[in-house]
Structure formats: structure tokens, C-alpha cells
Design a binder for this molecule. Structure first.
Ligand code: ADP
Ligand code: GLC
Length: 503
């Protein structure tokens, strides 16, 4: 589909360079990769000129994705030395050019950010500063005179600083405005001050107003300060992060941005996440014919060794096991839930080792009622979205969250904490009339989770017609990228104006 005519925000064709540490289908640990796999494509389809730059990690399947050599050698100046890399390229979905920075020293490892024991790589500051510099160098060398350099999260946030400190007078990048998207303020990239020499961002900028943070350098803070515009991935999270409770120390800098700090809700890619066309699930279905969902449910029960019973509701979990996700709080009440309620759980995730052990053991303790897969599996993620009746996300905070949006399309009712993007995408169930699209709770406690799951389960058994009504309503929600991409285009134009006012 060509969206060019729909782009009401102006006729000008923008040149956009996106720099990110992960991107579907090449390398993924979380939702950032999903966003990178779909926002650039949508902007391209709207008639803009977009490219993506990311690392060539050891885990990327070079043959499957048809990577080929673009530059065999590119020199990249860091502050105190020249580094060398190669550059590969391919096209995402045959359309958007993606460039991969190849450096065995920095990226020739299978993990993205940490080793198999979850230890962060000790040179992450250098790795991602180098990625960012290399991406700008590549734009420069290919004469890609970007209107917008769009950075994502702490890993590439310093692009905004480099544009202002290094490239301000550059014939190719001198006019580029910077946009920084914060997908998660809980990860900021905080490193010892001496890295300033390698980064080349000058000690004069190592001040509390710019890069310094309690004696360290803070990549995300630097990005916020230098960017022409900053956004996060939902309106509610944008509001929340203006307060100390949610901002992990950065609220003053976000508030300083004023109207140049926005919340833009993520879209999702319905070409990948739609039960009517999903090739990964056991049977396809739509709101007009839900028979396939029953087949998916039975297949899920079989695959996870659960009792085969269409009458018992399944609650699904797909998550990184990280503090943010609140799965430790679910752990504190899940045994009471499965003892007291006729309900099954299917859990897919990895991360925190204590939680991996806990949820792994749970499946052994409650065979037939709990199934767990510790690890990462895109196929299982699709199976769980399709085969479950409910999907739970008890997040401490959630910048956007994608799984609850996938759940809506799969007719799987979300049970979510009322925070961030979860608050923006799920409409509370009203049991008087059967309206809403899911179940929301506010207090972060085992009791609150017990009650909200109980509410969902009792609705399943006692008000089944409401379940059907909510499913149908959830399945017609449209969170496709077009509207969000248009919001990004407006943000880009605002960033360009901000930049022009500076020069
Ligand atoms: P976050 O980025 O904070 O992890 P999101 O909800 O935005 O949260 O995105 C998570 C993405 O990662 C979703 O696409 C989800 O399906 C996927 N995901 C998370 N854990 C796993 C896993 N263990 N196996 C497969 N996919 C997973
Ligand atoms: C982050 C957030 C998640 C968001 C994703 C994509 O990892 O934790 O809420 O959906 O980025 O923006």
C-alpha cells in the first residue's frame, strides 16, 4: 500500500537515518526491535527516505538475511583514536536499506548486551558510542544528508550530542535535526567519567547541565539534553516520566524540554501479529469465525502438558524476567491463585535466574495446570497469544508494552497494571454492561493481582457473554503504525524547526 497521499503533515520528503541497537528480524531482545522492524517501513511507505544502522552481532544470520558487503573498511574517529570497521547491507522486506556495522572486537559476540550469565559486557560504553559514531560516519561518507537522525534509547542517544558537538558545521550532516526516542528510562548507560576521552565529547561538556551525572557520564541524559526533540512511547508514560517516581533521576531534564518532550504510542505490525494470517499458529481465525482459536487453545494445552479442557481459562505470560515486569509480585500469589481458582497458566520468558527457577519449578509442582518454557521462542510467543484466554502484565512500569496490543488482536483479554502504555491501550471492563477490552488494576501487590485474576476468572465462568463481547471489541482495535508514524512526522518537523532556530 502506498500511504504517500495519506501523509497530511506536509509534502516534503524527509531523509531519516535511524540508529538502533536491535531490529526485527535481525536481532531482538525486546520491543525496541519490533518498533525498528516496523516504523521505518511505514515511513518509507509514506514516501520518505529511511535507512537503519545497527551492529552486526555474531548472532545475525548473514545468509538468511542476505547481508552483503558495502564497505570493506571504514575509519571512524573516536575522541582519542581511530577505530576500523566494515559495513554490510541488506534490505528489510526488500525495501528499507539496513546497514550493519561490523567490528569483531565490539560486536562479534552472540549476546547483544551481556554474556550468557547475564553479565553486561564491560565495554558497552565503547561498543555503543562506536556504533553511534560509525552510523554518523556512514551517513557522511555516503552523502546521506539526513533531515533527521533518529536515535533510540541510551545505546544511540549520544547521536544527538555528536551532531551538536562534532557535526555542527558539516556539509552533509550540519543541518540534521536529532530526535531521541526513550523506550525505557530504566536503562540509561551510566559509565565512569574517563570514557569522555574515548567518546570525544570534550571535558567542557562534562557538566551537570549536559553529560555529567553524579560524577559519571550518562548517555541517555546527554541525549535528552542535546536532542532537538525527545519522545517516549506512550502518552501516559510521558506524563509519568515527568515525575521523580518514574524518571529514574531524569525528570528535571525531561521537564526542561517542555513541549519538546512527547508521548507517541507505538504501533504494531499486523502483517506479523494477526490471527487471520499468522503462519506460525496451529489454526487461523478472526472475529467472524473463532473456531481456530479453540484449536489453538487445545494445541497449546497439549504442547505444555496441560489438562486438555476447553472450559478452563488459560492465562498467558510472555516476558523478559526483569524487575520492570513485576513477575516477582505475580510469583508471590500465583500458587494461591492456582490452588483457589480453576485456571491454567502458560509462561514463556527468561532473565532473572531466581524467577527462571521459580516459574520452571512451578510447572513441575502443578502439572496439568502450569506450563513453562524458560528461553526465547518467537513461535511459542505466537502460540501463547493465540491459545490463551487472558494475558497478564503486572508491570511496575511499562513505557508502552506490545504484548497486550498483540493480545487484543488475538482475542486474548489483557489483565494489566494501570500504568504507561498499558493504561493507554486497554479499556477497563465494566461488568454492568460488559464493555471494555481488559482488566486493569492499580495497586502493585500480590493481593491486587490475586483479585484482578479472580475478577477475570469469575467473568469467564459467570458472564461468558461479556468475554465474547470484549473479545470482539479488542479484535477490532486498530493500533497499526500509520497514525503513530504520522505523529513521528509531526515530531520530526518540530525538531527541524527547533534546529533551524538554533542556526
Ligand atoms: P519489552 O520491550 O520491555 O521487553 P514489549 O512488550 O514492548 O516489552 O516487547 C516485548 C517483545 O519481546 C514482544 O514482541 C514479545 O513477544 C517478545 N518477547 C519477550 N520475551 C520473549 C520470549 N521469551 N520469547 C519470545 N518473545 C519474547
Ligand atoms: C521498551 C519498553 C516497552 C516498549 C518497548 C518498545 O523495551 O519496556 O514497554 O513497548 O520498549 O518501545
Amino acid at each position: 500500500m502506498n500511504y504517500a497521499d495519506l501523509d497530511s503533515s506536509g509534502p516534503q520528503r524527509l531523509r531519516i537515518a535511524m540508529i538502533a541497537s536491535e531490529c526485527v528480524p535481525f536481532a531482538k531482545t525486546g520491543g525496541l526491535a519490533d518498533v525498528m522492524g516496523s516504523l521505518p517501513k511505514t515511513l518509507k511507505a509514506m514516501g520518505h527516505d529511511v535507512l537503519v544502522v545497527m551492529p552486526k552481532y555474531g548472532c545475525i544470520d548473514v545468509v538468511k538475511h542476505n547481508l552483503h558487503r558495502f564497505y570493506s573498511q571504514m575509519g571512524v574517529w573516536m575522541g582519542d583514536r581511530e577505530e576500523w570497521c566494515a559495513v554490510d547491507t541488506t534490505r528489510m522486506d526488500g525495501d528499507v536499506p539496513v546497514y550493519f556495522i561490523e567490528s569483531l572486537k565490539f560486536f562479534g559476540r552472540s549476546g547483544l548486551y551481556h554474556d550468557a550469565e547475564l553479565n553486561d559486557y564491560p565495554d558497552n560504553a565503547q561498543r555503543f558510542a562506536f556504533l553511534t559514531r560509525a552510523a554518523l560516519q556512514l551517513c557522511h561518507d555516503t552523502r546521506f544528508d539526513a533531515d533527521i537522525v533518529h536515535a533510540h534509547d541510551w545505546q544511540t542517544a549520544l547521536a544527538a550530542a555528536y551532531l551538536k558537538v562534532w557535526h555542527w558545521n558539516d556539509a552533509v550532516l550540519g543541518k540534521a535535526a536529532s530526535v531521541l526516542t526513550i523506550h525505557n528510562i530504566g536503562y540509561q548507560g551510566v559509565y565512569p567519567a574517563e570514557h569522555i576521552n574515548y567518546l570525544g565529547l570534550q571535558w567542557g561538556n562534562f557538566t551537570p547541565e549536559k553529560l555529567e551525572d553524579h560524577g559519571n557520564i550518562n548517555f541517555l541524559k546527554g541525549g535528552i539534553v542535546y536532542a532537538d526533540l525527545v519522545n517516549t512511547v506512550s502518552p501516559t508514560y510521558a506524563e509519568e516520566t515527568r515525575t521523580p517516581e518514574f524518571a529514574h533521576g531524569l525528570a528535571p531534564y525531561l521537564n526542561d524540554k517542555g513541549a519538546d518532550y512527547l508521548g507517541i504510542l507505538n504501533g504494531i505490525d499486523y502483517t506479523e501479529w494477526d490471527p487471520a494470517t499468522d503462519p506460525l499458529i496451529p489454526a487461523r481465525y478472526s472475529r467472524h469465525d473463532m473456531r481456530g482459536k479453540a484449536i489453538c487453545k487445545e494445541a497449546l494445552q497439549r504442547r505444555f502438558g496441560l489438562d486438555i479442557d476447553p472450559e478452563v481459562p488459560i492465562v498467558g505470560v510472555i516476558s523478559r524476567f526483569a524487575e520492570q515486569k513485576g513477575l516477582d509480585i505475580l510469583a508471590a500469589c500465583i500458587e494461591e491463585i492456582i490452588t483457589d481458582m480453576p485456571v491454567q497458566f502458560v509462561i514463556l520468558g527468561s532473565g532473572d535466574l531466581t524467577l527462571e527457577d521459580f516459574y520452571g519449578d512451578l510447572a513441575w509442582s502443578y502439572p496439568g495446570q502450569v506450563g513453562t518454557f524458560i528461553g526465547y521462542s518467537n513461535e511459542l510467543a505466537h502460540w501463547i497469544e493465540a491459545g490463551s484466554d487472558f494475558f497478564i502484565m503486572p508491570s511496575r512500569y511499562e513505557p508502552c508494552g506490545l504484548n497486550q496490543i498483540y493480545s487484543l488482536r488475538y482475542g486474548t483479554l489483557p489483565i494489566v497494571r494501570n500504568t504507561g502504555g498499558l493504561a493507554d491501550t486497554v479499556e477497563q471492563y465494566d461488568e454492568r454492561v460488559g464493555s471494555g477490552t481488559g482488566f486493569k488494576f492499580t495497586t502493585l501487590s500480590p493481593r491486587a493481582i490475586y483479585y484482578v485474576v479472580g475478577w477475570a476468572v469469575s467473568t469467564w465462568y459467570d458472564r461468558r457473554s461479556h468475554i465474547g463481547k470484549m473479545r470482539r471489541k479488542g479484535m477490532i482495535q486498530d493500533f497499526s503504525w500509520e497514525e503513530s508514524a504520522r505523529a513521528y512526522l509531526r515530531a520530526y518537523r518540530q525538531a527541524i524547526e527547533n534546529k533551524q532556530q538554533l542556526t
